[in-house]
Design a protein around this ligand. Sequence first.
Ligand SMILES: CC(C)(COP(=O)(O)OP(=O)(O)OC[C@H]1O[C@@H](n2cnc3c(N)ncnc32)[C@H](O)[C@@H]1OP(=O)(O)O)[C@@H](O)C(=O)NCCC(=O)NCCS
Length: 179
Amino acid sequence: MFGDVRLRMFDDRDVDMLRELSTDPYVPTIGTLPSHASRDDALAYLQRQRQRLRTGAGYPFCVADRVTDEALGTAGLNFTAPASGRASAGYSVAPRHRGRGVAAQALVALTRFAWTVPGLARVELYIEPWNVASVRTAERAGYEREGLLRSHQEIGGRRVDMLLYAAIRPSNVSGNAGA
Ligand SMILES: CC(C)(COP(=O)(O)OP(=O)(O)OC[C@H]1O[C@@H](n2cnc3c(N)ncnc32)[C@H](O)[C@@H]1OP(=O)(O)O)[C@@H](O)C(=O)NCCC(=O)NCCS
């Protein structure tokens, strides 16, 4: 919980938010939500998130309004190499809920959650340089820019550069088993 938002598990009633999110042309290129998702597509996406949670591949959360519980977007941690002590984070906000800093609040909440995961020392963000809203989100949430990773990965069928941002576990916060 931070500011106006709360992170919670996904629920089938979040399909409308996911369908709206899927109309953003960039979102389908960076995750598994297909473009202009149908209700079944959105439900299948939710199943994949539950599977990721079950297998330990990540912690996918719905970003919800703290007061009304309305779904606003997504935020999650991804573990590609769990023994490394590193995770990457991702976030998105449905188009009609943008423009009021929801992602930065969600990222603060997600990062606080990350420090409850035993052994996690570092959370990374990979951001395309043109994505100013995401860069601002990272900086607002206290992430530091560490460099530009040239030709880092393929997105939308082309190799792209990525800015690397990271937060490291504060020295006064130890992980506990209650994550
Ligand atoms: C990135 C994203 C989550 C941000 O959503 P949001 O929290 O509603 O962000 P906001 O619109 O409040 O913008 C955040 C900041 O960026 C600034 N910003 C937004 N769009 C901008 C633009 N085109 N040019 C310059 N600044 C911009 C805002 O002014 C705000 O600045 P501030 O912190 O100084 O007030 C949202 O745009 C999104 O879902 N994008 C698609 C998915 C995505 O790119 N995810 C991140 C992948 S790394």
